[in-house]
Design a protein around this ligand. Structure first.
Ligand code: ADP
Length: 578
């Protein structure tokens, strides 16, 4: 419940609406509390004393109160629903924003499905509660307090007796509330797992089919689905046990009033109207008491949702700009590694072991090495996607941890082997980092990336939509679009992480030529499988098992025995056969 209490901060900007909702609430409660009093007078003055005129007055009064109550109820429902929508809107934005700023290491461990279910399901259950449950709960509290005060004021003894069954009732429902909150946390957790499974299978559909693992995946899905089902059924069965108990306890109160109140009337200690009013109060109490279980139920669900939401919001991004950060713009682009060790949180082996490296500004660095050698890891430390476990990465002589993150990252362009393109037009994809780019600039970078010609052959050219609702591009085409996107940022440091692996050799040569013209004055890191892609580099690194095992120019490395020369001869042999 403490997670729910934290939501008060989210309500602060809307204090006016909160006030309106609360005022409406007080009005409605007062109206409901006054009705049993009128009924008492109807019985005692109207019926018992035969005052016909009062009967008419009372009817009009009740009608007036009813109308007022209807108007206030509308106001209350409207403002509370409005509040709920706004709080949910703010929360979703905050969550999304926060998730975007969480570091790569967090995303390595977090399940996408869980994050998605937090931004959708959990926010929705909170919204449901904030829009309906919370106000209802407040109203219930006010109503209960009002009814108890009025009952005790009128007949302390009878009130004490009639309220006795309410004690176990409150105990039962609050215990239920605590239990149900834990259960809902489990339900939400299972829901998150379920969406992770669905997501993996939709994205990985080709892999599942290729390995004929549909049955296995179905079984896995079934297990997650069953867990969710079990958790939900437990909630429902708990609830079905609490509901009749609370009803029974309310009935007990009514019986007590009829018995003791009735006897008091016969003895002349109470009027008939007073017993009727008393019964009215117990009914007023009884209705919300029965609702209490339902409300506590939805409160429990909301509390679980809030807990899951705050779990994400409370995770501080490990990678953040320091207070007085370095903001050099434009940077020169000199990069240095000082005894850098790195290990992924999920691994037991180091991915990088003691990397020492000096790259002057504007140099071209080629990186070669077997899969898993640590090539991507090495370049990912430059824009600070991860921080080294030991040692430091410097850009322009400053530790990247001292840089302002945005200043650093905006000047580093990265093109990955399997780049992500967004489901929008090619033009917007290329201009992703600079939405204000002119048509000429976009075409210039597309030409350099050897993408312009194939784009122009598409029916809608730069307006072609890619992704789910558009065309499917080949791996090489995607890589070229991603390259154009990176070039448009005019980065001071360009990182091509196996970025032309799916492009044919001839196109790659054209890209290399265009890049050389384009990249004059940029530090460039090129990770490649083909030696031809990096032969022109000023510095070539050969990486193996997280270490730099060879370093030099193409000519120097060819002159010495080692992995580089072996790879060269192997690939030269391949080429002459091809
Ligand atoms: P390369 O780019 O040379 O193929 P990587 O830098 O991708 O090598 O990987 C180096 C090692 O780190 C490998 O053992 C790989 O399995 C591991 N690794 C890479 N990325 C991650 C990650 N996000 N989480 C955990 N381990 C990773």
């Amino acid at each position: 419940m403490s997670s729910l209490w934290r939501l008060r901060h989210d309500l602060r900007p809307y204090w006016r609406q909160v006030l309106i909702a609360f005022a409406a609430l007080v009005g409605i409660t007062a109206a409901r509390l006054v009705i049993p009093n009128i009924l008492r007078d109807v019985v005692d003055r109207g019926l018992t004393s035969g005052d016909r005129a009062y009967l008419g007055e009372a009817a009009l009064l009740i009608l007036g109160i009813g109308l007022g109550q209807a108007a206030l109820t509308f106001l209350r429902r409207y403002t509370s629903e409005w509040l709920a929508q706004h709080v949910a809107y703010d929360l979703r934005n905050r969550l999304y924003d926060h998730i975007q700023h969480l570091d790569f290491a967090y995303h390595d461990q977090a399940q996408t499905g869980q994050l998605i279910s937090r931004t959708t399901e959990d926010v929705r259950s909170l919204q449901r509660f904030a829009g309906y449950g919370l106000v209802e709960l407040l109203q219930l509290g006010l109503l209960a307090a009002g009814a108890v005060v009025l009952m005790v004021g009128a007949q302390p003894m009878l009130a004490g007796l009639a309220l006795l069954p309410m004690i176990p009732l409150v105990w039962v429902t609050t215990r239920f509330g605590r239990k149900v909150s834990r259960l809902f946390y489990r339900v939400d957790q299972h829901l998150g797992e379920l969406s992770t499974r669905v997501q993996e299978n939709v994205i990985g559909a080709a892999v599942v089919r290729a390995f004929a693992r549909e049955d296995y995946e179905n079984a896995r899905f079934d297990r997650s689905n069953r867990d969710l089902y079990d958790a939900r059924v437990t909630v429902v069965s708990e609830w079905s046990r609490v509901m009749p108990t609370t009803q029974l306890l309310v009935t007990l109160s009514v019986i007590i009033i009829l018995w003791f109140g009735g006897n008091a009337v016969l003895r002349g200690q109470m009027t008939l109207g007073e017993v009727v009013a008393f019964n009215g109060y117990i009914m007023l109490l009884g209705m919300p008491a029965r609702q209490l279980a339902w409300l506590v139920n939805s409160g429990g669900e909301a509390a679980a949702g809030a807990r899951r939401i705050f779990e994400v919001l409370d995770t501080p991004p490990k990678i953040q700009s320091p207070p007085s950060a370095v903001r050099i713009n434009p940077m020169r682009g000199a990069v240095a590694f000082r005894n850098v060790w790195f290990r992924y949180a999920t691994q037991t082996d180091d991915a990088l072991r003691g990397i020492d490296l000096d790259v002057p500004a504007e140099a071209v660095v080629g990186i070669l090495g077997p899969t898993g050698a640590g090539k991507s890891t090495l370049v990912n430390l430059i824009p600070r996607f991860y921080d080294p476990t030991e040692g430091a990465v410097l850009v322009d002589g400053h530790d990247v941890r001292e840089w302002d993150l945005a200043t650093l990252r905006r000047q580093i362009g990265i093109v990955q082997q399997t780049p992500l393109l967004f489901s929008t037009t090619l033009r917007e994809n290329i201009a992703y980092g600079r939405p204000d780019a002119t048509e000429e600039e976009i075409i210039a970078v597309a030409r350099a990336a050897q993408a312009h010609d194939f784009i122009m052959r598409l029916p809608e050219g730069y307006d072609t939509v890619v992704g789910e609702r558009g065309i499917t591009l080949s791996g090489g085409q995607r890589q070229r679009i991603a390259l154009a996107r990176a070039l448009l940022m005019r980065p001071r440091i360009l990182i091509l992480d196996d970025a032309t692996s799916s492009v044919d050799t001839e196109t790659e040569r054209l890209i290399q030529e265009a890049l050389r013209a384009w990249l004059g004055g940029r530090t460039t890191f090129i990770i490649a499988q083909r030696i031809t892609s990096i032969a022109h580099a000023d510095i070539i690194l050969v990486l193996q098992d997280g270490r730099i095992v060879q370093q030099g120019t193409h000519a120097e490395l060819l002159a010495q025995p080692g992995l580089y020369r072996e790879t060269y001869h192997l690939q030269a042999g391949d080429d002459s056969r091809a």
